[in-house]
Design a protein around this ligand. Structure first.
Ligand code: SAM
Length: 234
C-alpha cells in the first residue's frame, strides 16, 4: 500500500500516461500505478545504486518488468528523447527538483505534465516553472506522520496565470493553496512563522552587522507575506 503522500501524487498521473518517475527509490509509485491504474509504461530512474537495485527487485517481484523500465542515472538523463509525456519527482527538496528539471530541459519536449512533490522549498519549483513557461495548474497540501508535504502539478500554458493577487506571496505559499486555506496549510505556515521568529530573536541577540540586518529584513518580509495570506478568508 502506498503512503498517503505517494497516493496523493499518484492521483495526478493520467491513467494512460507514459511516465518517468525520477528518484524512484523502491519504485513504489510506478508499481502502484501499473498494477492498479493500468499505466501502460514507466521508467523508474535512480541515481544511487542501492535504491536502483531495490527498484529492480520490486518491479521483478511484482511481475511488472514488461511495463516498468528501471534505469540507473542522474535525473532526466535516463529518459530517451520523446519516451514519456509525464514526469513525477517526489520526496526531495524543491531546489534539487528544480535543478533536475533544469539539467534535463532537452528531455521535456514531449512532456505534457509534471507532478512534483517537494519536501521543502516549493518556491524554488514555482520560480523554475515560471522561468521555463510551465503553468502551475493545481496544488495539494497534506500531512502524514507529522510532516507536511506539498504537491505541484504543472502543464504547458501561461506561467503567470495563477499569480494574480500578490505574486511574492503566492510564490512563497502557492497560489492555489493560498486560495483554499485548508487546515494543513494554516498549520504549516503558522509553524514556519514561529520558526522564523525564533531565528529573528536569535539574530536580535547577535552582533548587528549588515549581514544580520539583511537576514532580519528578509524574515520580516516573509512574515508579512504569510500574515497577509492567512488573513484571506476561506
Ligand atoms: N520518490 C520516492 C518517494 O517519494 O518516496 C523516493 C524519495 S527518496 C527520499 C529520494 C530519491 O531520489 C533517493 O533514492 C535518491 O537516490 C534519488 N535522487 C536524488 N537525486 C537524484 C538525481 N539527480 N537523479 C535521480 N535520482 C535522484
Amino acid at each position: 500500500k502506498l503512503s498517503a503522500r505517494l497516493a496523493a501524487v499518484s492521483k495526478y498521473v493520467p491513467k494512460d500516461a507514459r511516465l518517468a518517475d525520477i528518484g524512484s527509490d523502491h519504485a513504489y509509485l510506478p508499481c502502484y500505478l501499473a498494477k492498479n491504474e493500468g499505466l501502460p509504461f514507466a521508467i523508474a530512474g535512480e541515481v544511487a545504486k542501492g535504491p536502483f537495485q531495490s527498484a529492480e527487485k520490486n518491479v521483478l517481484a511484482e511481475g511488472l518488468a514488461g511495463v516498468i523500465s528501471v534505469r540507473l542515472g542522474d535525473g532526466l538523463e535516463v529518459i530517451e528523447q520523446g519516451e514519456v509525456d509525464c514526469i513525477t519527482i517526489a520526496g526531495m527538496g524543491g531546489a534539487l527538483i528544480a535543478s533536475i528539471l533544469d539539467n534535463g530541459k532537452d528531455k521535456l519536449a514531449s512532456v505534457k505534465r509534471l507532478v512534483l512533490q517537494p519536501n521543502i522549498s516549493a518556491i524554488s519549483i514555482r520560480k523554475w516553472l515560471i522561468e521555463n513557461n510551465w503553468e502551475l495548474i493545481g496544488e495539494e497540501i497534506l500531512e502524514e506522520d507529522g510532516k507536511i508535504y506539498e504537491i505541484l502539478i504543472s502543464e504547458r500554458g501561461d506561467p503567470h496565470r495563477p499569480y494574480k493577487k500578490n505574486p511574492d506571496m503566492e510564490l512563497l505559499l502557492g497560489p492555489f493553496l493560498v486560495q483554499k486555506q485548508d487546515q494543513t496549510f494554516k498549520k504549516k505556515w503558522t509553524a514556519e512563522m514561529k520558526n522564523w521568529l525564533r531565528i529573528f530573536e536569535a539574530l536580535e541577540g547577535a552582533a548587528h552587522s549588515s549581514e544580520t540586518n539583511n537576514k532580519r529584513q528578509e524574515i520580516i518580509a516573509k512574515i508579512k507575506l504569510v500574515e497577509e495570506a492567512l488573513k484571506i478568508e476561506d
